[in-house]
Ligand binder design. Structure first.
Ligand code: FAD
Ligand code: NDP
Length: 513
């Protein structure tokens, strides 16, 4: 095939494009998915399971530092999975240091709290090797999964030649034309290196490089104040590096501000240096080190310091490079993301987009997966169900983990008005921290709307296992649970999350167990 077929301009009314037949359409495939990350893999497998003839293309453009990886996208290779494993390395180190108080004669607790002692006891190379071996196993498993789901996989870059034809180019430059009745774009995002910071792209690394770095990062500057920067700064500190986080404005923009402030002060108490409100202006190579010139964004005062590693985590740009979108009439948002309607349809009726590439979406793996599966069932199983972006839970894996679902206090006040809210918040002791005499406390907050029977519209939890706790509570919030429902729920003792069953207005401290 490969003929230029101009898509109709008609606006669709249903969840599925119907301008072409589902069978006998004459294209090579029913569906081609471009991008083999969280969203693309989920969508392609679900569509194939429902009987569609599907191909998926995945190709990783090397990072500016030359890092490449295998099938599975950001989450598996350079995101959630290596990040959570390295976060765990930090937690394991903490536990090791505390084990003395639980009777173990394994390490001298005080010595383990010193950076130099941690360095002696910790092997970055072994951690990276084990993490990478695990990831390689997942890369292989994803290939097998695709094969057993009858999805044809090509390790090739997809580029649109016209609205129904793509060119797949593999790493050796071999090219193949492929046509399909429908396409799903799931090409995700890549880390930004700010253009205004001289030599940032040449001398710094990003999350694309960190988890496979062949040397210990050492003295590290983490630029940025959201998930990636804080999570990576947290575990790098915990495993014994001298780490500074450079925050230009506020930490964790969009999160509950009180909770975000507590996260950063916990990091600061545990050895991460915080520079706020500062931003870098220039990087210069000085021998093996990198000199960073930076400035105070309020006073314009300048300063400089040298680091072994400079790590930029200042957001991600949509990865549309090389997709050939200029050959389509496809609408992009001002930030370059793909505009879709509530059914993930782009402005070209038979081309859909899911995951991080979508304008107005949420950059999280389970969101990309859910969108991909729902799209496949709408396309190939007559479903009309669409993605619900309300009450998507999330967890920031900083050393003190932070789980949240629903609104921050600031967003709730602006939506419902301060007088219409009851805000229950409390610090609590963590039982496991008591024998090692750790002073860190957990913190919880429930935001309830008075005029709606105290419906819970915001949940915030700082403490161990925040992801596990928040995942459970998210179901209750999704089901419109009220404060009374939380009160009526019997706690599990002795766990941190039981605090949610005993919250009272005005009671801000709990002695816990
Ligand atoms: P991706 O997973 O990015 O996949 C896109 C794929 O398409 C990539 O393999 C890309 O190389 C490929 N591609 C691009 N262009 C082309 C082309 N033209 N042809 C062929 N292939 C192409 N989310 C969470 O929920 N929990 C976490 O703990 C978490 N931690 C994270 C930690 C870090 C450091 C980062 C960076 C992200 C993290 N995320 C986390 C976010 C999560 O990884 C993303 O939301 C998710 O991977 C998005 O999936 P996707 O399918 O949209 O894109
Ligand atoms: P975000 O877009 O979330 O945040 C960018 C951060 O960088 C902000 O703090 C921003 O500050 C700062 N920043 C932007 N530009 C500059 C600059 N030029 N100089 C200094 N600072 C700058 O990006 P992330 O890379 O942290 O994360 C991307 C997405 O990946 C997240 O939004 C999240 O959805 C997902 N993710 C999820 C995780 C999880 O679920 N645990 C973990 C990691 C990532 P300002 O506020 O001032 O703009």
């Amino acid at each position: 095939m490969g003929a230029v077929i101009k898509p109709p301009k008609a606006v669709m009314t249903g969840p599925v494009d119907t301008h072409l037949p589902e069978t006998g359409h004459g294209f090579d495939y029913d569906l081609i998915v471009i991008g083999g990350g969280s969203g693309g893999l989920a969508c392609s497998k679900a569509a194939a399971e429902l009987g569609a003839k599907v191909a998926i293309l995945d190709f990783v453009k090397p990072s500016p530092q030359g890092t490449r990886w295998g099938l599975g996208g950001t989450c598996v290779n350079v995101g959630c999975i290596p990040k959570k494993l390295m976060h765990t390395a930090g937690i394991v180190g903490e536990r090791l240091a505390e084990s003395y108080h639980f009777g173990w004669n394994v390490v001298e607790e005080d010595a383990m709290n010193e950076l130099s002692a941690k360095k002696e006891k910790f092997s970055w190379e072994r951690l990276v090797e084990n993490v990478q071996n695990y990831i390689h196993g997942l890369n292989f498993k994803y290939k097998v999964d695709l094969r057993s789901n009858k999805v044809e996989y090509l390790n090739a870059l997809g580029e649109f030649l016209d609205a129904h034809t793509i060119q797949a180019t593999d790493i050796k430059g071999n090219k193949k034309k492929m046509t399909a009745r429908r396409f799903v774009l799931a090409t995700g995002g890549r880390p930004v290196f700010p253009q205004e910071v001289e030599n940032a792209e040449q001398l710094a690394i990003s999350s694309d490089d960190l988890f496979s770095l062949d040397r210990e990062p050492g003295k590290t500057l983490c630029v940025g104040a959201s998930y990636v920067s804080l999570e990576c700064a947290g575990f790098l500190t915990a495993i014994g590096n001298d780490v500074t986080v450079m925050i230009r404005s506020i930490p964790l923009r969009g999160f509950d501000e009180q909770s975000a402030t507590m996260i950063v002060s916990h990091m600061s108490d545990h050895g991460t240096k915080i520079l706020q409100p500062w931003a870098p202006s220039k990087l210069t190579k000085v021998g093996e080190k990198i000199q960073v010139d930076y400035y105070n964004v309020n006073t314009k005062e300048t300063a400089s310091d040298t680091f072994d590693t400079v790590f930029f985590a200042v957001g991600r740009y949509p990865d549309v490079k090389g997709l050939g979108l200029e050959n389509l009439e496809l609408k992009l948002s001002p930030s370059g993301k793909i505009q879709v309607d509530e059914f993930e349809r782009t402005s070209v009726p038979h081309i859909y987009a899911i995951g991080d590439i979508v304008a107005g979406g949420i950059e999280l793996t389970p969101v990309a997966i859910q969108c991909g599966k729902l799209l496949a069932t709408r396309l190939y199983n007559s479903s009309t169900k669409k993605m619900d972006y309300i009450n998507v839970p999330t967890t920031v894996f900083t050393p003190l983990e932070y789980g949240a679902v629903g609104l921050s206090e600031e967003a709730a006040v602006s939506k419902y008005g301060k007088d219409n809210l009851n805000i229950y918040s409390k610090s609590f002791n963590i039982l496991e921290y008591q024998l090692p005499h750790r002073e860190d406390q957990g913190f919880v907050k429930l935001i309830c709307v008075k005029s709606e029977n105290e419906k819970v519209v915001g949940f915030h939890y700082l403490g161990p296992n925040a992801g596990e706790v928040t995942q459970g509570v998210a179901i209750a919030v999704k089901l419109s649970a009220t404060k009374q429902d939380f009160d009526d729920t019997v706690g599990i003792h002795p766990v941190c999350a039981e605090v949610f069953t005993t919250l009272r207005l005005g009671q801000t401290e709990d002695s816990g167990c």
